[in-house]
Design a protein around this ligand. Structure first.
Ligand SMILES: Cc1ncc(C[n+]2csc(CCOP(=O)(O)OP(=O)(O)O)c2C)c(N)n1
Length: 689
């Protein structure tokens, strides 16, 4: 069977091998247009898996596009979540959704998220993006089918780099143990991952022998030979008594000469020229209405912008970054400061950096860039966050200064128990970098936006937590944490270019907050502010305080500017770069001196807000003192795909949102002061009578 009408059991359409080849080619073209329209995405892997996608969605899997939840359908699990566009095109060409709609890929609110989300798009079976989890989900689905006496199959698509995740092997063991002959794994063996060749990053071969030893049947095929792909899928469906894995040898970037076998095209989208060149090579220039599709994406984008604009708090003028001729700011990704520090300090023979296959992007590779003598202290661990964390504890035990980092979601959540037990309980000197923190990660979407990492890291005894505000502060914080601080430490930084608001002279003292005060307007935003250590700052009886960490510090500074210009309010901004240990004295003084405390964090509300609240509620200095509080941050929801600065607006973590909240609290403070004054007057006159 194949594409089926679930009401009659009739096959809707049966593709010939030639038609499948043609469909796969066309899907490659649409894939590249969607990536070009999105301006980001994963070209290499979506192209390598497209023949398998076409065979599975258009011929081998039993499913009904008109009835995506048909109970007897075959289930297809995309463990390799970053190849979402191939999945979307498989669904679209099969008739689950219009092909044109896929052009809204990676845009805010689109069902075509950067990584698949089953709650947004019928036909998507589960939400993925954190590698290595899909096979376990597939095991669960296959077990459920066995329990229910159902005959459908569960397919699970994986990458070869993904095989480095330990969870894969737990699932492989389970599938073998339970003789899950309704489970079929398919591995897109394109031999590349992000940091380079799989065999160099962390060799996974011999995959066939590994799966066989876990009790699987193994088929090895040319993943671009459509006859072999279809035959293997059909054979796999007929195997009895064992799960089956199909090892499909493929080429990353297949079909486009300048993308083929190039690691650099892993997480990259073609620009317009590259798109046209690629379509020409695929013989699709005349067949795909490129302009029409790009226009569709543009129209959707215009709607997104209109929606966001209508929801933003409004002030007397547009205060957005670099919107006016004054207060100009330079932007640089905070992550670069991390790499700069590793490059500067890496000669210390104790420093050892662990690679988790995302090295260039988080800048940890700067440790060895241009310094071959350090290469022996660069240890590539593959996509294996859990083992790497415990290995780091082992290195620290022997006197090394281990540093590991990846997306904060995978650096602080996936490996949480390893951090808790191996690192923190043992109190080892391990530095963990949670890169790409917050919604500003952008189009990759919810699975890649760490919005909960700080809860866990702050909650761990012995752990220190630093969230620097810009590239320079990230450099200083890394310098300190790497060589001076002893113990478990977590540094969190962002992916996107964010305003640079500190310089070499700006004080940075671990555990001590800075006070930042607006002193007027200046050509350069950063020059308009004065920064001092909070301990050395004299009270100026400001109207309110904003306590922020990370890239929310520049937002808080801009909010202070809006509040001064539009309302005449004076604001004390507190840069609380060290969340743990927290500078309680600075928080208490801000509350005492101003009576209003607003926290601002690019995280679920609480990592900063609740720690500050704990101080406000527990400190004897504040007993009986009224403190009006507000909290800016993400409000108990998962992230979304979208452009970084769009997400800052959508998730209400911009200066405008801080200023809006501040104005509301100031109105309350003034009203209450007025009521108090009237009450006092009333009492005074009552006393006179
Ligand atoms: C748990 C986890 N760690 C890291 C990543 C970041 N990441 C996305 S794709 C990728 C490489 C995947 O390699 P492979 O499975 O071979 O896929 P392909 O090269 O075919 O795209 C990595 C490390 C992730 N998505 N999930």
């Amino acid at each position: 069977m194949a594409l089926t009408d679930s009401t009659t059991g009739n096959v809707i359409r049966d593709y010939s091998i030639e038609q499948l080849q043609d469909a796969a080619n066309l899907m490659r073209g649409y894939d590249l247009v969607a990536l070009c329209a999105a301006g980001s995405g994963h070209a290499g892997g979506t192209l390598s898996i497209m023949d398998i996608t076409a065979a599975l969605y258009l011929k081998v899997a039993n499913h009904d596009p008109k009835n995506p939840s048909w109970p007897d359908r075959d289930r297809i699990i995309w463990s390799t979540g970053h190849k979402a566009p191939s999945l979307y095109l498989g669904l679209a060409v099969a008739g689950f959704c219009p092909v044109e709609d896929v052009m809204t890929l990676r845009k805010l609110g689109s069902p075509y998220q950067g990584h698949p989300h089953w709650l947004k798009l019928p036909g998507v079976e589960v939400s993925t993006g954190s590698l290595g989890q899909g096979l376990s989900i597939a095991v669960g689905i296959a077990l459920a089918a066995k329990l229910d006496g159902k005959r459908h199959k569960t397919f699970c698509l994986m990458g070869d780099g993904e095989q480095q995740e330990g969870q894969i092997w737990e699932a492989a063991m389970e599938a073998g143990h339970f003789h899950l002959d309704n489970l079929i794994g398919i591995i897109d063996c394109n031999r590349l991952q992000i940091d380079g060749w799989v065999k160099d990053v962390m060799d996974v071969e011999p995959l066939a022998a590994k799966y066989a030893s876990f009790g699987w049947d193994v088929l090895r095929i040319d993943g671009h030979n459509m006859t072999q792909v279809v035959d293997a899928l059909r054979v796999a469906k007929g195997v009895v008594g064992k799960p089956v894995v199909i090892l499909a040898d493929t080429v990353k970037g297949k079909g486009v000469s300048f993308m083929q076998d190039k690691a650099g095209w892993h997480g990259k989208a073609p620009n317009y020229e590259e798109l046209n060149k690629a379509l020409q090579e695929l013989g699709l220039s005349e067949r795909i209405p490129v302009q029409q599709l790009l226009d569709k994406a543009k129209r959707y984008q215009a709607e997104v912008e209109h929606h966001l604009d209508s929801r933003m708090p409004k002030f007397t003028r547009d205060y957005w970054w670099n919107a006016a001729d004054t207060m100009k700011v330079k932007m640089e990704p905070t992550r670069k400061g991390f790499g700069q520090s590793l490059a500067e300090n890496g000669d210390d023979e104790r420093v050892v950096c662990l690679g988790l296959d995302i090295s260039g992007s988080i800048t940890i590779s700067d440790f060895y860039a241009g310094k071959p003598e350090r290469k022996k202290r660069w240890i590539s661990m593959g996509i294996a966050e859990q083992s790497a964390t415990s290995a780091a504890a082992g290195l620290a035990k022997e006197g090394k200064l281990p540093v590991l980092g990846t997306y904060a979601t995978f650096a602080a959540a996936r490996n949480l128990d390893q951090i808790r037990t191996s690192v923190c309980y043992g109190n080892f000197n391990v530095m963990i970098a949670g890169a790409h923190g917050g919604v500003s990660v952008g189009p990759d979407g919810a699975t890649h936006q760490a919005l909960e990492d700080l809860f866990a890291m702050e909650g761990l005894p012995n752990m220190s937590v630093v969230v620097p505000c810009d590239v320079e502060e990230t450099r200083k914080a890394t310098n300190y944490l790497l060589l001076q601080h002893v113990g478990p430490k977590y540094i969190r930084f962002a992916r996107e270019a964010t305003p640079v608001v500190t310089n070499k002279e700006t004080p940075f003292l671990f555990g001590k907050a800075n006070v930042i005060r607006l002193r007027g307007e200046a050509a350069n935003f950063a020059d308009a502010f004065e920064t001092r250590l909070a301990a050395g700052y004299d009270n100026e009886s400001e109207d309110l305080s904003i306590i922020a960490c990370g890239p929310m510090v520049p937002e808080a500074m801009r909010a202070a500017y809006i509040l001064k210009r539009d309302y005449g309010y004076e604001t004390r901004v507190l840069n609380l770069h060290t969340l743990k240990p927290i500078d309680a004295e600075a928080v208490i003084r801000a509350a005492q001196d101003t009576g209003i405390v607003i926290t601002a964090e690019e995280h679920q509300i609480g990592a900063l807000a609740w720690r500050v609240s704990a101080i406000l509620t527990e400190s004897p200095e504040l007993y009986g003192l009224p403190v009006i509080t507000g909290a800016i941050g993400v409000k108990d929801r998962f992230g979304d795909s979208g452009a970084p600065w769009e997400l800052i607006k959508e998730f209400e973590v911009s200066a405008e949102h801080i200023a809006h909240k501040a104005a509301e609290l100031m109105a309350f403070k003034r009203k209450r002061a007025e009521e108090k004054r009237e009450e006092r007057e009333h009492l005074f006159y009552a006393g006179m009578r």
